[in-house]
Design a protein around this ligand. Structure first.
Ligand code: 6PG
Length: 466
């Protein structure tokens, strides 16, 4: 009998199955379309993979307790597979959804399977196709009992953190795995936004793609070392096979999204977490897709963008510093959202553990996660920016960060990522915000009341009488 069942043989599913089988697991694989299963098996037969052609066959071919991994498109397909396979499962089996499902769907599914004794897990998997094959970062959410069963296979196939430990862990009950993955993606959106904005400033200063690639590569050898910088340097070097020149210049400037970034922004609004940049990064993808309106608008102001008043060397250094400060603020917003969510949903999410399993395999893997983990271990739960070492870093970035942002704004370059991270940093470190005036106005027109700085209680003023 096999030890793991894998349902859904798209590229992620196929790669996970191969990863498991390479690590010595016997995997029973199943896809709704028989030909897909046959094609996969004929390509990789004899390597510990066994085909199944129906959900009950998957169940029959697995050792107890069964481990079934679903790698199907998030949404209705997940409910369909659960409905088709759960009648053949028994109490104690583990059914896991490894796609990018909304955490509320995961909560609902876990709740409905609970009476059957089947352990339902929502598992965040990051690393794309390559990660699935060679070692992703794996964020398991669900009953802790299920983790006892999943721990070995998930650890075996995962990437490694800086200390060599597996990038797979239990991150909390019910929807927590998918929530943590959603926050991972929100950080991914912001960091990509920041890299994009750096590229935009360099372009305005007439740097070539090759030069920008070299700069990203250089940054990637220093403090900001991260997977996203590494691949940005590579992307900028790629030539276009269809018409020559640099491929990046031929790509339409309209970025798409599948939903996780938007969900994170929605969750910020719902939980009242001021992660400005999550909303901004998702919405700037929408702005990029407003291509036709932007074309019309920009024709009204030809040549509106000036060259920023920055020397090339100065720009390179200041942007590098600004990027490292802004990147810290992106992660800070993510951990602050996770902290609020674990309190709201009663999850036992260990934030330092999240910072550890993001160190390898995932899209936002970055050297700074080492420092972030240490900050979280020493209790910086209010905000990692309050950790003395991280705070010192942020302060060090300040001058260059503000200088480059002001110069670029004067030149009319849009910088939603840089300005929102800076606004986040400034607001967080401002003891008295002008929200007292907002409260006064609310009370003026709606009698919404206000609290005072000098005495307890709730107050209302008859403003018209004053
Ligand atoms: C990962 C990625 C992966 C994917 C997302 C982002 O961690 O491997 O985050 O899950 O790239 O779907 O997608 P969008 O940019 O399309 O929202």
């Amino acid at each position: 009998l096999a030890s793991v069942g894998l349902v859904g043989l798209g590229v992620m599913g196929r790669n996970l199955a191969l990863n498991l089988s390479r690590r010595g697991y016997k995997v029973v694989v199943y896809n709704r379309t028989k030909e897909v299963t046959d094609r996969f098996i004929s390509g990789y037969g004899g390597s510990g993979l066994t085909p199944a052609y129906s959900p009950d066959e998957v169940a029959r071919k697995l050792d107890a307790p069964r481990i079934i991994l679903l790698m199907v498109t998030a949404g209705k397909a997940v409910d369909d597979v659960i409905r088709s396979i759960s009648p053949y499962l028994s109490s104690g089996d583990v059914l896991s959804d490894l796609g990018n499902s909304h955490f509320r769907d995961t909560q609902r599914r876990e709740f409905s399977l609970d009476p059957s004794g089947i352990h339902y897990c929502g598992v965040g998997v990051s690393g794309g196709e390559e990660g699935a094959l060679r070692g992703p970062s794996i964020m398991v959410g669900g009953p802790s009992k299920a983790w006892e069963i999943l721990k070995k296979p998930m650890s075996d196939i995962s990437a490694r953190a800086f200390d060599g430990t597996p990038c797979a862990s239990w991150v909390g009950e019910d929807g927590a795995g998918h929530y943590v993955k959603m926050v991972h993606n929100a950080i991914e959106y912001v960091v990509m936004e920041l890299i994009g904005e750096c590229y935009g400033v360099f372009k305005a200063l007439d740097f070539s793609n090759g030069e920008i690639s070299d700069i990203f590569q250089l940054w990637n050898e220093g403090r900001s070392k991260s997977y996203l910088l590494e691949i940005s340097a590579k992307v900028l070097r790629r030539k276009d096979e269809l018409s020559g020149g640099d491929l990046v210049d031929k790509i339409l400037d309209s970025a798409e999204q599948k939903g996780t970034g938007k969900w994170a922004a929605e969750s910020c609004l719902e939980l009242g977490v001021p992660a400005f940049s999550f909303a901004v990064a998702a919405l700037d993808r929408s702005m990029s897709s407003f291509k036709l309106v932007r074309e019309k608008a920009s024709s009204l102001e030809p040549n509106r963008v000036n060259k920023p008043n920055l020397g090339r060397r100065e720009a390179q250094e200041a942007l590098g510093t600004a990027f490292s400060g802004a990147q810290l603020c992106a992660y800070a917003q993510g951990f602050s959202l996770l902290e609020a969510a674990r309190n709201e949903y009663g999850w036992h999410t260990d934030l330092a553990e999240v910072a550890r399993i993001w160190q390898g395999g995932c899209i936002i893997r970055a050297d700074l996660l080492k420092q972030i983990r240490e900050a979280l271990l020493s209790g910086a739960h209010d905000s990692i920016l309050l950790d003395p070492d991280i705070h010192r870093e942020i302060v060090k970035c300040d001058k260059a960060w503000r200088n480059v942002v002001s110069r670029a704004l004067e030149a009319r370059i849009p910088l939603p990522g840089f300005t929102s991270t800076l606004a986040y940093r400034d607001s967080l470190f401002t003891e008295r915000l002008p929200a007292n005036l907002i409260q006064a106005l609310r009370d003026y027109f709606g009698a919404h009341t206000y609290r005072r700085v000098d005495r307890e209680g709730v107050f209302h003023t008859d403003w018209s009488g004053g």
